[in-house]
Design a protein around this ligand. Structure first.
Ligand code: TXA
Ligand code: MG
Length: 325
C-alpha cells in the first residue's frame, strides 16, 4: 500500500512499521520508543537479534539527546543531511533491542525531504535498517521492495528512485581517529579533506557486514582478468552489468545493462542494485570490479559481497570459467 506522509506518521505513532525512502536505499522504519514496532523490524526482515539497528534523526539536537558524545557529532555534522552514519556511544534512552547490547548506536540524518518531514512531525528518531529480507539486496525504488515486506508493514512512502543507490558510509571513532566500518559514497578522502583524522578501515565491527550479503535474485559472477575456475558458463547465458570501465564489455554476452556510459561512480552506484532485479532471461549476472579508489571502493565492496562465483574469460573468449566463492 502506498502511504501519504500523514498516513505514515499516523501508522508509526500507532506502533506500526512503514517503509520509507532515503537518499541511499529504502528503510524499514519503526519508532525507536515503540518496543513492539522495533521487534517487528527483526521479525519482518528475519534479522538476527544480535544485529543492531541504525537510527535516523531530523537534526543533531535530537541526536544529542539520545547519545553520549555531543562533540563527536559536531565533528562530522557537516556531512548531514547525507549518506554518513556515525557509531557513537549511546545514552540510556535507547532500548536494548535497538543496539543489540552494543555500547554504540549508529546515527545519521538522511537527505530525503519526505523522510525529514516524517521525522520532524514525529519529533523522535526512527530505527530503519534497509528494507530487504536479511542478507538480500537493499531496494532503491518502491518497485524493488519484496512483496512480503509490503504485506507485513503498514505500507510504503514512495519517494521515487534513491539518489545515491547504495547504503551510507559507516564510521566509528577509536584511538582519536575515524575509521570506515562500511564503505559508501562518502570516501575516506572526503572525510580527510574536511580535516578529520582518518585511520585504517575496520571491517569486522558491523555485525551485518558478513561476507555473504546483498544476495541478488540471480548468481553474480565477479569477473577478474585471470582465475583458476574450471566450470564453463556460456556468455549467452550471462547478463553483463556494464560500468563503462570494464575490459570485457565488447564480448558477446546474452544481455547487458548499462550502469553508466561514462564510468561515473555515482551513476554506477545509483543503478547497481536496481540492475540486480532486471536480468531478463539470463541465468547469471556478470560484473567486473572498478579501479579501487575513492567511492568506487564501496561499489567493489557490494559486488564482492553479492558475488557467489569468481570468473575469468576462457582462452578462446567463448565462455566464462568459474569457481564458487
Ligand atoms: O544507508 C543506510 O545506512 C541505510 C538507510 C536505510 O539509512 N540503512 C542501512 O541499514 O543500510 P542496515 O541495517 O541495512 O545496515 C546498517 C549496518 C549493519 O551492518 C549493522 O550491523 C551496522 O550498521 N550497525 C548498526 N549499529 C551498529 C553498532 N552499534 N555497532 C556496529 N555496527 C552497527
Ligand atoms: Mg542492510
Amino acid at each position: 500500500m502506498i502511504l501519504s506522509i500523514p498516513e505514515a506518521v499516523m501508522a508509526l505513532r500507532q506502533g506500526r512499521t512503514v517503509i520509507v525512502p532515503t537518499e541511499t536505499v529504502y528503510g524499514l522504519a519503526a519508532r525507536v520508543e515503540s518496543a513492539g514496532a522495533v521487534q517487528q523490524i527483526f521479525q519482518i526482515k528475519k534479522r538476527p537479534p544480535g544485529n543492531p539497528l541504525i537510527l535516523h534523526f531530523a537534526d543533531t539536537e535530537t541526536m544529542k539527546k539520545y547519545t553520549a558524545e555531543p562533540d563527536l557529532i559536531d565533528r562530522v555534522a557537516r556531512f548531514w543531511p547525507g549518506p554518513l552514519t556515525l557509531l557513537v556511544p549511546h545514552g540510556d534512552r535507547i532500548p536494548r533491542a535497538v543496539t543489540a547490547g552494543s555500547p554504540l548506536v549508529a546515527c545519521r540524518i538522511p537527505d530525503h525531504p519526505l523522510l525529514l518531514q516524517i521525522l520532524k512531525s514525529l519529533g523522535e528518531p526512527l530505527a530503519a535498517p534497509s528494507a530487504n529480507l536479511s542478507g538480500r539486496v537493499s531496494p532503491t525504488c518502491a518497485g524493488d521492495i519484496d512483496p512480503l515486506l509490503l504485506e507485513l508493514t503498514a505500507g510504503v512512502v514512495d519517494g521515487g528512485p534513491c539518489r545515491i543507490g547504495i547504503e551510507s558510509t559507516i564510521i566509528s571513532f577509536t584511538e582519536q581517529r575515524f575509521h570506515v566500518v562500511r564503505p559508501g559514497m562518502i570516501s575516506e578522502e572526503q572525510l580527510r579533506a574536511t580535516g578529520l583524522p582518518v585511520g585504517d578501515p575496520l571491517e569486522e565491527i558491523a555485525p551485518g557486514q558478513s561476507r555473504r550479503h546483498y544476495a541478488p535474485p540471480l548468481p553474480l559472477i565477479l569477473l577478474k582478468e585471470r582465475g583458476d575456475g574450471t566450470n564453463r558458463v556460456e556468455l549467452a547465458d550471462c547478463c553483463y552489468l556494464d560500468s563503462g570501465r570494464g575490459r570485457f564489455a565488447g564480448l558477446p554476452f546474452g544481455a547487458r545493462i548499462s550502469l553508466s556510459m561514462s564510468g561515473r561512480v555515482e551513476e554506477v552506484a545509483h543503478n547497481l542494485f536496481s540492475a540486480f532485479h532486471k536480468p531478463g532471461n539470463a541465468r547469471f549476472l556478470v560484473m567486473e570490479p572498478l579501479p579501487a579508489e575513492g567511492s568506487a571502493i564501496a561499489i567493489n565492496d557490494r559486488i564482492s559481497r553479492a558475488a557467489t562465483l569468481l570468473g575469468h574469460i576462457s582462452g578462446e573468449g567463448s565462455a566464462l570459467l568459474t569457481r564458487t566463492l
